[in-house]
Design a protein around this ligand. Structure first.
Ligand code: SAH
Length: 298
């Protein structure tokens, strides 16, 4: 996919092909670590895109705007590159209701998880035409045959991995970037891998524009994890594997927790909690779930 020039160029540095992968224009190492850390900055400067074409303005209105601009009455449009902090928006009430009814009332008690779910603007992580449905009790398509999970599942997995400041979490399957944003909003340092280049790229751009810090993204096959950054205190896999990938088990720190859906892509899978303690792993079934499959490169 061709990359546009301009503000998006900086996001190219966010995404690097995994070691040994084919080279592409995305390979643009950032200084120091080789990855751009996405920084969270100032207040929201731009309303969410609606995807609707803007209506043509009547000539008289145009002359009023020109006059107002000349007299300093109209502020110039916000800088499109400015970072945004989730805050009041037209979906705030739906989001608060979602966090209360779908998340808290169904038994999620972890304060950091509840706060993050009430804060992260899910409507900006789905295609604009689905924004109005972003706070419904549903998974939604995000393109390329992939889906953003139902809010409850995101919250459930988040609570299981206990995100806190100082906790390093690996996510497999960045998708829209929503789960990564929720983990980061709960205070964790997040490393996220995505196999579909276009999704990796758009998630990097979205997270950067929304100003999330503490998230590092990489394009590549999550089956192998992210060895250079291991060990991780927790691992969240958001695509269904047929078995727990051994490299992920290796990269889980002692005392660490991994949540992973395991099972056939075409049937109900089981969401597992894998815990590592004293070098031994134990596994518990948490929930029946249905996730898109963990893909493997051909
Ligand atoms: N967590 C995402 C949704 C996940 S959907 C969100 O919050 O939006 C599952 C994602 O896993 C898809 O984007 C899919 O492309 C990705 N995926 C599938 N197999 C993968 C693999 N082997 N490595 C990395 N990502 C993978």
């Amino acid at each position: 996919m061709p990359l546009s020039k301009g503000p998006e160029l900086s996001l190219m540095a966010c995404i690097l092909k995994s070691a040994g992968g084919p080279t592409s224009p995305l390979e643009m190492p950032a200084p120091e670590s080789g990855f751009l850390r996405l920084e969270r900055k100032g207040p929201m400067a731009r309303p969410p895109a609606t995807g609707r074409p803007e209506a043509a303005l009547p000539p008289r209105l145009w002359s009023c705007i020109v006059l107002a601009l000349l007299t300093g009455l109209v502020l110039p449009p916000p800088c499109p590159d400015a970072a945004a902090t989730p805050g009041p928006d037209k979906f705030q009430r739906s989001r608060a209701r979602m966090a209360e009814r779908q998340i808290r009332d169904r038994g999620i008690t972890d304060p950091a998880t509840l706060r993050a779910m009430a804060e992260v603007p899910r409507h900006l992580f789905v295609p604009p035409k689905l924004a109005a449905r972003a706070y419904e009790d549903l998974p939604l398509p995000i393109g390329f045959g992939q889906t953003i999970s139902q809010p409850f599942i995101v919250a459930f997995m988040t609570e299981q991995v206990r995100p806190r400041p100082g906790v390093r979490i690996l996510e497999i399957g960045t998708g829209s970037g929503y789960q990564a944003a929720v983990l980061a909003a709960a205070g964790a340092e997040v490393f996220s891998l995505e196999i579909i280049p276009e999704l990796a790229q758009s998630a990097a751009s979205r997270l950067k524009n929304l100003g999330y810090t503490g998230i590092r993204l990489r394009e590549g096959d999550g089956y192998h994890g992210w060895a250079q950054e291991a060990p991780f205190d927790a691992i969240v896999v958001t695509a269904a594997a047929e078995f727990v990938p051994p490299p992920l088990l290796e990269q889980l720190a002692d005392g660490g927790r991994m949540v992973i859906p395991v099972g056939s892509p075409f049937f109900v899978q089981r969401l597992l909690l894998v815990e590592k303690e004293g070098g031994k792993t134990s596994t518990r079934v948490l929930l029946p779930v249905r996730f898109v499959p963990l893909r493997r490169p051909r």
